[in-house]
Write a protein that binds this ligand. Structure first.
Ligand SMILES: Nc1nc2c(c(=O)[nH]1)N[C@H]1C(S)=C(S)[C@@H](COP(=O)(O)O)O[C@H]1N2
Ligand SMILES: [Mo]
Length: 230
């Protein structure tokens, strides 16, 4: 079998497993609200059902696109007063903010204290000026992946379009040259190889949301599974 055929099959198997987990409600601890309250009272940084890891796992669809900085672009369209199509040179001067945050992946690992550098979404929103009807943001990636988030979450003060991790350019496997980092939602809501943002009026299920994952994905409320409203 060709490499591509094999890759395709591995990818399909991974997707099928994760989709099955969503169907079975795997990893759900129950009583997430109580747990989350308890966790806050204890001052723990671990959301319900999560365990801390020290390594940094790689999760994607089995395809890691090569996106050279030279040809990378960020296109923003939809409900914004000032759409943009940026090359690296347009982005870089805005992308010097450092932030440290925790990662919570829906497959139950969390990784504390990741130091990112990039452009805060707040700064990007100042430039874009979303129109009053804009309520959700769809992130589109070079591997064909996409994921939806409420504009209110996207606009969090801790959300970054990140190009570096621990002072070094993000590797290809972790989504370089640019990925989103949205610490308050599960990590599938942070697109790797980010190339386009679309501002829309209504929520729209994307890759994992169409396969049983939650439309919002708050780890503290254990919003792992759910999908779009029937
Ligand atoms: N473009 C793209 N972004 C993606 C994914 C993907 O498959 N493609 N997977 C998501 C999932 S499910 C997770 S858990 C994180 C994993 O990021 P990491 O590989 O850097 O840990 O990326 C998210 N962003
Ligand atoms: Mo994930």
């Amino acid at each position: 079998m060709s490499d591509e055929g094999l890759l395709g099959r591995v990818k399909q198997k991974l997707i099928a497993t994760k989709q099955r987990w969503a169907g079975e409600g795997r990893l759900l601890t129950g009583a997430p609200a109580d747990r989350s309250r308890a966790a806050r009272d204890e001052g723990t940084r671990l959301p319900p059902g999560q365990r801390e890891v020290k390594n940094w796992p790689v999760l994607d669809l089995g395809v890691q696109p090569h996106v050279p900085v030279k040809s990378w672009r960020l296109d923003v369209d939809g409900l914004v007063a000032n759409p943009i199509s940026w090359a690296w040179a347009d982005f870089a001067p805005h992308a010097r903010t450092a932030m440290t945050s925790d990662i919570h992946c829906v497959t139950a690992w969390s990784r504390f204290d990741n130091r990112w550098t990039g452009m805060p979404t707040r700064a990007l929103l100042d430039i874009l000026q979303p129109l009053p009807d804009a309520r959700f943001v769809i992130q589109h990636s070079a591997d064909g992946y996409a994921t939806n988030v409420p504009l209110a979450d996207f606009a969090g003060e801790d959300v970054l379009l990140a190009h570096s991790w621990e002072g070094k350019p993000l590797t290809k496997e972790h989504g370089g040259p640019v990925r989103l980092v949205l610490p308050k939602l599960y990590f599938w809501k942070s697109a790797k190889w980010l190339t386009r943002l679309e501002f829309v009026p209504e929520d729209r299920a994307c890759f994992w949301e169409l396969r049983g994952y939650h439309m919002r994905g708050d780890p503290w409320a254990e919003e792992r599974y759910g999908g779009p409203e029937p």
